[in-house]
Each structure stands twice: as structure tokens, then as C-alpha cells.
Design a protein around this ligand. Structure first.
Ligand SMILES: *[C@@H]1O[C@H](CO)[C@@H](O)[C@H](O)[C@H]1NC(C)=O
Ligand SMILES: *[C@@H]1O[C@H](CO)[C@@H](O)[C@H](O)[C@H]1NC(C)=O
Ligand SMILES: *[C@@H]1O[C@H](CO)[C@@H](O)[C@H](O)[C@H]1NC(C)=O
Ligand SMILES: *[C@@H]1O[C@H](CO)[C@@H](O)[C@H](O)[C@H]1NC(C)=O
Ligand SMILES: *[C@@H]1O[C@H](CO)[C@@H](O)[C@H](O)[C@H]1NC(C)=O
Ligand SMILES: *[C@@H]1O[C@H](CO)[C@@H](O)[C@H](O)[C@H]1NC(C)=O
Ligand SMILES: *[C@@H]1O[C@H](CO)[C@@H](O)[C@H](O)[C@H]1NC(C)=O
Ligand SMILES: *[C@@H]1O[C@H](CO)[C@@H](O)[C@H](O)[C@H]1NC(C)=O
Length: 495
């Protein structure tokens, strides 16, 4: 498959694997492959033959430096969600672990070091001059962060320039308590922002998800992510991404090209980490953006998404806040059909059933609607193309005094092959200039009781719950929703 970044990627590899390095490399590679093979035997024995088949597909990938990464750990994955207060689902609906609980637990288990990357911090209502008791969980998380240095846990925070929440005092408060903060000037480095939301705890546990370090993420904005416990090899890989931000957190930083080899990874789409996740043989990797922050071996986030779309055979369910087949911030605006084309090709050529659940709130750009309509227009309920687009609206209710909240901020995709959880909106800038990450998980549950515990099944459950909920509205029924900027004036309804 052709990658939009192929040229860049090829240059990287060509630079890195210069002839002079090849001889010692070949020896190392030989050893690593032998070692990788030995280590992989117990895991492969435990798993189904599907793992073997899948690996076989990529046996001839020419990433010379990469032995097959294998972990012997028993990792534990927990799906976490925030559901904004006063959203009433059906009584039988099920949810991921509340994000507030998941974050509290992570901070409680930390004994040595906590590294966090986040766009901005605003854990109190005062920051935006809002009085609401719904900021209490946020205040609590801020306090727990501030307590970490007292327990001799070292805390590092990488955050973005430019940023929002300019009135927040969170980071100053934390710095006074001994937290190490660096502001990474992505505006200068890539013309973008640092949008990655990751936590790494004691080089063992991680959090990845849509939530900003914002009190509203705990009570007012719908979020989705995962915590993965006891997974040091994956944590080390995520740590390399954190480290790439940290290394550039000084005023005259420039992006290295190529990156020093400590930032390289052997865990990627071609060679995912083989690991036991909740008792299930799994393949997992972390993708990154923008491309200039993808050292050798790191799969680009856009490629991760495109591959997942391309390899799907039955269904693709996508839930993202914003979907634009264009750039959003770069001027002049550019048309950007990378994901759009992949989806249409999948529906048209492979007859994959596609559903997109896009967020609409009071701050949503209504210019998105025609693009959603144009995709949905291809849908033929009795025909061979199945692309349905619907809108998810979080009711504002009596929470209207809280700006930039009451939206579905999650970003995930589930197909018949993989589960994907990201941090980026689906528009050009997020993959070209903005720092973000994606988590891709493929699991081979060889027993029916395990199938229900795969991340894929859990995400499908979340998607189905939302798709069939009272909060989801077909494009043709948008007329009566004051909480969504797509709501049509009378007379447009027939369009
Ligand atoms: C939950 O209840 C609703 C009706 O209230 C029903 O339509 C739906 O199928 C139920 N879902 C599950 C998973 O049982
Ligand atoms: C930040 O504080 C300044 C000065 O108090 C105020 O003018 C501005 O509106 C505040 N911004 C926000 C987002 O609250
Ligand atoms: C933190 O480290 C200091 C110096 O090593 C030590 O005196 C203190 O007891 C430690 N505190 C805790 C809570 O472990
Ligand atoms: C991590 O593994 C250790 C030892 O195997 C176990 O005691 C602990 O409960 C695990 N932690 C989590 C959060 O699952
Ligand atoms: C920034 O650049 C100046 C001169 O180019 C150099 O002396 C200084 O050490 C650099 N600062 C950092 C933090 O790298
Ligand atoms: C806000 O609305 C919810 C129901 O939508 C209600 O339960 C709650 O009491 C209301 N709160 C206030 C302060 O009116
Ligand atoms: C996504 O788009 C919305 C609306 O433009 C914006 O508020 C939000 O910050 C964007 N980024 C992410 C990653 O959600
Ligand atoms: C992506 O970034 C490159 C380099 O900054 C730029 O030339 C290109 O136009 C951008 N593409 C889009 C779709 O924004």
C-alpha cells in the first residue's frame, strides 16, 4: 500500500542504514533474530495458529534492525471512559472504568517516576472563571500530582507552546512542589501543537487516551482511553515518545534528522510487540505523528489508520470528534483525501460496512456537515455500498455555563481485525504538524470466554452502545437539536 509519507520514510531508512553500518548490524540482527525466536516459542505455543499466519505475512519486511519484539509479561489492559454528568443511557448500558478512578489508581501505584505529556493543564474551574462543583475530581487529581514529590516520586510534565488555558496556575503550583515542567515549542518546531496525552508510570504502566489534563475531561467531556498495567516493554516504547518531546523542551531546540538511535523503536506495524494482554496473545504497537517525530522504526499514525482501514474485511466503526478531508489550520486550506479515499475504497471495493460517529456540539464548525453528508450519500441501504454517518450530541442541559465542554471528544476505530485508540482529530494537520499517538491492538482470543475481553470487543460494545443511544442522530434528523451547530434552519431539512 502506498503511504503518503513514503518518500520521507524511505529517505530516513536510506540515511540510517548506511553501508558502513551493515556488517556489525548483520551479526547483531542474526543474534537478535535467534533470541527473538527462542523467546517467542512459549508465547506462540499459547496462542492460536492465527498469530503464526499473521507474522508470516510480514516475514520478508526489510527492516534490517528489527528482531521480533516479544514480552513475557502478563500485561493488564483497562478500558477507561468519562461520561459527562447528566447523560442518561439505557439502564442496561455498560461503561469503561471511570477515568477519574483510573487516573487515581495510576497515581496511587506510582513509586518512582511519573512522566506526562499533555497539550495543556487546567484542573480547576478558577482557571476559566467558572464556578462548578463538577471541578472537584479535577482538583483532586491536581492535588494527587502535587503530592507525588512528597513520596519521592519524580514527576516530569511535557506540555505545549502554543497552548490554551493561559490563566491556569496548575503548572506553577506543581513546579513549586517539585514537579519538573518543560514547554515544548511545537509552534516553532512544526507549526503545530503537542496534542499527545500519555502517562508513563514507573516505566511499567501507561495511560493513552483522548483526555486532556482538564477538569472537564472528568465530568463534562466524553473521553475514552486505556490504562495498561505491568507492561514494561510497551512502557519503554511510549517513554521514547515522551523523551523525544522532553529532549526538545528548550528554547532553541531543532528537530534532529535523523534522530539519535536511542529514539528508534523495533515495535511497529511490521513487528508489533507480542505480549499477553488480559490472558490473550496479542500484538500491539504505538504509532506517532507528526512524521518528523517518527524516528526509525516508528509507524506513522496516519499509516496505522490507513493500514487498519485497508486490511478490514467486514466492518469499520469510527468514533471521532472531528472529521475533515481537508487541512484545518494550515493556510491556504488544502483538500486532503487520504482517509476519505481509504474509507470509500474499502466500502466500494471490499464491501466493508462502515459507520462513522462524529461529534457535534455548540463549538463545532458547521463546515464539517457537507463533508459528512457527501460520505453518507454513498450509503445504499439495500445496495452494495455501506457507509453510514451519524452525529453524537452530548446534551448541554443545565451545564451551559461551562465553555468548551459537552462534546464527544473520543477518537477510536474498531474493525474486524484491530482496535485503534488515538489522540487526533481526523483532519490533515493532526497527522502532518501536530504531535499525537495511536495504540493499535490485535488479539487472538482462542476461547469464546476470552473473546468478550478483547479490546476489540469492548470498543465494539462502546460503539454499539453509542450508535443506538438517544444521543445519536441521523443526518436527516438534525432539525431539532439546539446543542449542535449542524441544526438546520427550516427549509434546509430536505437537503
Ligand atoms: C438494552 O435495553 C434496550 C431497551 O431499553 C434494548 O433495546 C437493548 O437491546 C438492550 N441492550 C442490551 C445489550 O441488552
Ligand atoms: C485570563 O485572565 C485575564 C485577566 O484576568 C482575563 O482578561 C481573561 O479573560 C482570562 N481568560 C480566560 C480564558 O479566562
Ligand atoms: C524521600 O527521600 C529522602 C531522601 O532520600 C528520605 O529522607 C525520605 O525519608 C524519603 N521520603 C519518603 C516518603 O520515602
Ligand atoms: C502487576 O504484577 C504484579 C506482580 O506480577 C502484581 O502483583 C500486580 O497486582 C500487577 N499490577 C496490576 C495493576 O495489575
Ligand atoms: C542555544 O543556542 C546558543 C547559541 O546558539 C547556545 O549557546 C546555547 O547553549 C543553546 N541553548 C540550549 C539550551 O541549547
Ligand atoms: C441539572 O439537570 C439534571 C438533570 O438533567 C438534574 O438532575 C439536576 O438536579 C440539575 N441541577 C441543577 C443545579 O439544576
Ligand atoms: C478537535 O477538534 C475540536 C473542534 O475543532 C477541537 O476543539 C479539539 O481541540 C480538537 N482536537 C482534539 C485532539 O480533539
Ligand atoms: C504537510 O506538511 C508539509 C511540510 O510542512 C507541507 O508541505 C504540506 O503541504 C502539508 N500537507 C497538508 C495536507 O497540510
Amino acid at each position: 500500500m502506498s503511504s503518503p509519507y513514503k518518500a520521507l520514510h524511505d529517505n530516513y531508512i536510506a540515511n540510517r542504514w548506511s553501508v558502513g553500518k551493515l556488517a556489525p548490524l548483520a551479526l547483531t540482527v542474526g543474534c537478535l533474530i535467534a533470541l527473538g525466536f527462542l523467546l517467542s516459542i512459549p508465547l506462540l505455543e499459547r496462542s492460536t495458529t492465527k498469530v503464526n499466519q499473521g507474522l508470516g505475512d510480514h516475514e520478508d519486511i526489510k527492516m534490517e534492525g528489527n528482531a521480533r519484539p516479544v514480552s513475557e509479561e502478563q500485561c493488564r489492559l483497562v478500558l477507561t471512559e468519562s461520561i459527562p454528568i447528566h447523560m442518561k443511557y439505557d439502564a442496561n448500558a455498560t461503561f469503561g472504568t471511570p477515568l477519574y478512578e483510573a487516573w487515581k489508581d495510576l497515581l496511587a501505584v506510582a513509586t518512582e517516576e511519573v512522566d506526562v505529556s499533555s497539550y495543556y493543564w487546567t484542573f480547576t474551574g478558577d482557571d476559566i472563571k467558572v464556578k462548578s462543583s463538577t471541578d472537584l475530581p479535577g482538583r483532586d487529581i491536581l492535588k494527587l500530582f502535587g503530592d507525588l514529590p512528597l513520596r519521592n516520586v519524580s514527576v516530569r510534565v511535557a506540555t505545549s507552546i502554543p497552548s490554551v488555558a493561559s490563566n491556569s496556575t496548575d503548572l506553577k503550583v506543581l513546579q513549586k512542589k517539585g514537579v519538573d515542567v518543560k514547554k515544548v515549542n511545537f509552534g516553532h518546531l512544526t507549526n503545530g501543537i503537542l496534542h499527545t496525552k500519555i502517562w508513563i508510570i514507573d516505566m511499567k504502566h501507561i495511560y493513552i487516551g483522548s483526555a486532556n489534563m482538564d477538569w472537564r475531561s472528568l465530568t463534562q467531556v466524553k473521553e475514552l482511553g486505556v490504562v495498561i498495567y505491568n507492561c514494561s516493554q510497551l512502557a519503554e516504547d511510549v517513554h521514547k515518545i515522551f523523551q523525544s518531546y522532553w529532549a526538545l523542551g528548550h528554547h532553541n531546540a531543532t528537530i534532529p534528522d535523523p534522530w539519535p538511535s536511542d529514539f528508534d523503536t523495533t515495535i511497529n506495524r511490521e513487528h508489533p510487540l507480542l505480549v499477553n494482554l488480559n490472558g490473550i496473545a496479542s500484538r500491539i504497537y504505538i504509532s506517532g505523528s507528526p512524521p518528523s517525530f517518527c524516528p526509525a522504526g516508528r509507524t506513522k499514525d496516519l499509516d496505522a489508520i490507513l493500514y487498519a482501514i485497508e486490511e478490514a474485511e467486514q466492518f469499520i466503526d469510527v468514533a471521532v470528534m472531528e472529521y475533515f478531508p481537508t487541512s484545518r489550520y494550515k493556510r491556504p486550506r488544502m483538500y486532503w483525501p487520504a482517509i476519505e479515499d481509504a474509507l470509500k475504497r474499502s466500502a466500494f471495493e471490499h464491501h466493508v460496512s462502515i459507520r462513522l460517529l462524529i461529534s457535534c456540539g455548540q463549538n463545532t464548525d458547521p463546515a464539517m456537515l457537507p463533508f459528512l453528508r457527501s460520505l453518507n450519500a454513498l450509503h445504499q441501504s439495500a445496495g452494495s455500498i455501506s457507509i453510514e454517518v451519524k452525529v453524537f450530541i452530548v446534551p448541554v442541559g443545565n451545564q451551559s455555563s461551562i465553555p468548551y465542554s459537552r462534546v464527544n471528544h473520543n477518537k477510536f476505530m474498531v474493525t474486524d481485525k484491530v482496535a485503534y485508540i488515538g489522540t487526533s482529530n481526523w483532519s490533515a494537520d493532526y497527522f502532518n504538524t501536530t504531535a499525537g499517538v495511536g495504540l493499535v491492538v490485535q488479539q487472538d482470543a482462542n476461547h469464546p470466554s476470552l473473546v468478550e475481553q478483547t479490546l476489540q470487543k469492548q470498543l465494539r460494545g462502546v460503539f454499539e452502545r453509542d450508535w443506538h443511544s438517544q444521543f445519536t442522530v441521523a443526518l436527516s434528523d438534525l432539525g431539532h437539536h439546539p446543542d449542535c451547530t449542524f441544526a438546520e434552519r427550516r427549509g434546509d431539512a430536505a437537503l
